[in-house]
Ligand binder design. Structure first.
Ligand code: CP
Length: 326
């Protein structure tokens, strides 16, 4: 940066991403996140038209490699690709040659031999998308890698928050639940901190990674402390499959101590409730909280399509206007 006054750098408007892939938000700056959000807002207007399709990615082939189950992310990426007129191929580990012992590297190289331009990957192993970038030339987008990152979830969360607040700077966001196993928490912390929000993490001690506060977040193990002065409460899914590990005594007790209930909505009258889904009703959130007008869980899902269109568009390297001209 020598020779560049800081204010000059800050004022320059970004028109394309510096990154070639979206592996996580740890290295994405506020300007890149803002560019994705601005682009997503433009695509959102496309999605409100009678014909919700643009030819932006015509001729681009995208493969969705899902080695782990997904409802929202998978459908959302597929819809985003179709709305951009990309050619889309869906791959599931079950029913593929992975079940015959084929490695991720060989699966990816075989797929690339079929002239794929972009790969969207969800995998149980942290770092699987990063590994893929060393095996193939295609653009790689992380759709969730183990407990590491879920960047498009955090980006759609940022878009949803920005629909309700003028600025991220000074906004108080509490992330509540199983922080240790949460890729959503990690990506959200990176994005929120980059944009200037204050982040509080709340959950049982057994679900809090060691030294997590080094990511710039405040820690508490008391729900009321997390909700006091909070603008946005983001509840995380309790991963039932990890109940065997006995990270807390029972779901009933978890709900009692960390579940957001109607009494909280009454006490904290401006609190916005978010959840990445799938929700365990009666555990992270009381069922009537899930259906409350201040819970924006389905808005998050809707915003996911526009955000993924923006990510695909920007990473495809297109500099064109968002248009429906053929
Ligand atoms: N939020 C999220 O990643 O949901 P899915 O697991 O259904 O994709």
């Amino acid at each position: 940066m020598a020779g560049y006054p800081e204010e000059k750098v800050a004022k320059e408007e970004l028109t394309s991403l510096r990154h070639q892939h979206l592996l996580g938000l740890a290295t994405y700056g506020a300007d890149e996140i803002e560019l994705i959000l601005d682009t997503a807002r433009q695509f959102r207007s496309v999605l409100e038209r009678p014909i919700r399709r643009v030819p932006t990615l015509r001729g681009i082939t995208v493969v969705n490699l899902f080695f782990e189950s997904s409802t929202r992310t998978r459908i959302s990426f597929e819809l985003a690709e179709k709305r951009l007129s990309a050619d889309t191929i869906n791959f599931s580990a079950s029913g593929s040659s992975v079940s015959k012992g084929e490695t991720l590297k060989d699966t990816a190289r075989n797929i690339e031999a079929m002239k794929i331009d972009m790969v969207v990957i969800r995998h149980k192993s942290p770092g699987a998308p990063h590994f893929l970038t060393r095996c193939v030339d295609a653009v790689v987008i992380n759709a969730g890698d183990g407990a590491h990152e879920h960047p498009t979830q955090a980006l759609l969360d940022m878009l949803t928050i920005s629909d309700h607040f003028e600025s991220f700077r000074g906004l108080n966001v509490s992330i509540i639940g199983d922080i240790s196993h949460s890729r959503v928490a990690r990506s959200n912390i990176y994005a929120l901190r980059a944009l200037g929000a204050n982040v509080t993490l709340c959950g049982p001690r057994t679900m809090m990674p060691v030294e997590i506060e080094k990511m710039g977040a405040r820690l508490t193990h008391r729900l009321d402390e997390a909700l006091e002065g909070c603008d946005v409460a983001m509840a995380l899914r309790i991963q039932m499959e990890r109940q065997e590990a006995r990270l807390f005594p029972s779901l009933r007790e978890y709900h009692e101590r960390f579940g957001i209930k109607m009494e909280h909505l009454e006490r904290y009258s401006d609190l916005l409730i978010m959840h990445p889904g799938p929700v365990n009703r009666g555990v992270e959130l009381a069922s009537d909280v899930v259906d409350h007008e201040r819970a924006v869980i389905l808005n998050q899902v809707t915003n996911g399509i526009a955000v993924r269109m923006a990510v695909l568009f920007l990473l495809a390297g297109s500099r064109g206007e968002i248009t429906d001209d053929a």
